[in-house]
Write a protein that binds this ligand. Structure first.
Ligand code: FAD
Length: 435
């Protein structure tokens, strides 16, 4: 028997062509590698392992793309939200250098993979733009452009006038443009990656929540309610949803992040005349605020945007009103915008705002903590994790492995995490001190 999957009220769930669900795991099976989680990380890892000739089984607890991968804004962004490329190098040396390079190339990698696999996911490589929300942040944008260029990424600085032309608004002060970025329909990408996995011979089981795993002989026995797989290697690609499907699947991962709820919403399709005045080049945009302003068009010319809100009471209507107000401030011609779809998803935030990579046991790999920038990153990391599982030596990989560091008083941290939003707002108002 298959349990019904409850999809969020997302635009993506409404418009994306469905795919035939893969059957749940039944009975005992064997594989070289089991990947747990059918988001971008798990699907890309499985696909790249299969391309390396490995026999892979992917177990997804709900449906492919049900987690963050099918709920996000679909912005393909080749940077992290807080960790700067030089910080990776300072902390992890040559491995950090390789990680910075991987991140800088990640948007390009995603669009080329979509092309090579013939995935129809409304991909638009129109560029990603990060406008500066205060005069001081312009200096931050300049520094970021300079740093990313040193790491081989084609970032460009736009001044205030160029920014106003690109966005159709003089609300921002300048910013960083990366022409390799853009946007996709994320659920269509997840489903397309699943199809690509199946073409490469990956055995996919949906509705197959992993309840536990343990060492058996020289491998791992991975169990679901109705079956188990014995595999040499195991990749946990459950990220911010690690304890969302099965409580305590792997506390070493879930305790290193606090999941923050991010709200997304879609407007009615916007007519050609109005659209010609608002981001006419159709770039994906997310600004320098920690409490982000972000938006992009989808293939039906809806504006896909969103935001955050403090507290659970009436959250959906409060966040919609706040987002509509924010859009109206930057684009008065869009004032009073209403939304046809409103949904939310979990973003995994780490204490140091770096992504974390772990080897939790022999041939047991995991990563977590996208900190809000995981579309391009998780697809590229999938290729890297596949290489790691396949025995490529650490000195060639972009995976700075660390021990998991549980956040102290994690249950309390989780409860108070939403309050971080008020701190973000205060920090957004203050100017940064940059040398
Ligand atoms: C609302 C929102 C907006 C975002 N916007 C952007 C954006 O515009 N650009 C950007 O770069 N990043 C964005 N992100 C981040 C990005 O979506 C994520 O970093 C990325 O999708 C993570 O992919 P993943 O495969 O690692 O995790 P997920 O997609 O969350 O996949 C994990 C999967 O594991 C499964 N799972 C969990 N437990 C089990 C179990 N016990 N057994 C089997 N399966 C299990 C879950 O069902 C889930 O499908 C956003 C995130 C959210 C939530």
């Amino acid at each position: 028997m298959t349990t019904a999957v409850h999809w969020p009220n997302s635009l993506w769930a409404a418009v994306t062509p469905p795919r035939q669900p893969a059957p749940p795991l039944e009975g005992k099976a064997e594989a070289d590698v089991v990947v747990v989680g059918g988001g971008f990380s798990g699907l890309s890892t499985a696909l790249h392992l299969a391309k390396r000739g490995r026999q892979v089984t992917l177990l997804e607890g709900q449906a492919v793309g049900w987690g963050a991968s099918g709920r996000n804004n679909g912005q393909v962004i080749p940077t992290m939200s807080a960790a700067e490329p030089d910080a990776f190098v300072q902390r992890f040396g040559e491995t950090g250098e390789r990680l910075a390079h991987l991140i800088g190339q990640s948007a390009e990698m995603l669009f080329r993979l979509v092309e090579a696999e013939g995935i129809d996911c409304e991909a638009e490589q129109t560029g990603w733009f990060q406008p500066a929300h205060s005069p001081g942040r312009v200096r931050l944008s300049e520094k970021r452009v300079e740093a990313w260029r040193r790491h081989g990424s084609p970032a460009e600085f736009l001044d205030k006038a160029e920014t106003a032309r690109l966005l159709g608004s003089d609300f921002w002060y300048g910013g960083m443009l990366n022409p390799t970025g853009g946007h996709i329909n994320p659920l269509a990408l997840a489903r397309g990656l699943a199809d690509a996995c199946m073409r490469q011979g990956v055995t996919l089981h949906e509705n197959s929540a992993v309840t536990s795993y343990e060492r058996e002989r020289d491998g791992w026995r991975i169990r679901t309610d109705r079956g188990s797989v014995l595999a040499r290697a195991l990749v946990l690609a459950t990220n911010a949803y690690t304890d969302a499907v099965v409580d305590r699947l792997e506390p070493r991962i879930s305790r290193t992040i606090v999941p923050i709820l991010s709200w997304q919403m879609a407007s009615e399709p916007i007519g050609d005349n109005l659209r010609a005045t608002v981001v006419p080049g159709r770039q994906a945009v997310s600004d320098t605020r920690a409490d982000l302003r972000f938006f992009r068009y989808d293939a039906r010319n809806r504006l896909i945007t969103g935001g955050s809100v403090l507290g659970a009471y009436n959250a959906e209507s409060r966040v919609a009103a706040r987002t509509s107000e924010n859009i109206g401030k930057a684009f008065p011609q869009l004032a009073g915008m209403r939304f046809t779809h409103i949904w939310s998803g979990r973003i995994g935030i780490t204490q140091d705002r770096f992504p974390h990579f772990h080897k939790l046991g022999p041939d047991l790999w995991s990563w977590t903590g996208c900190n809000g920038r995981g579309v391009a990153l998780s697809v590229s990391l999938g290729r890297e994790l596949a290489a790691a599982v396949d025995g490529v030596p650490a000195r060639e990989l972009a995976l700075p492995l660390t021990e998991p560091e549980p956040i102290p008083f994690h249950p309390i941290a989780r409860r108070i995490a939403p309050l971080i939003l008020s701190w973000y707002k205060r920090r957004d108002l203050a100017e940064l001190k940059l040398d």
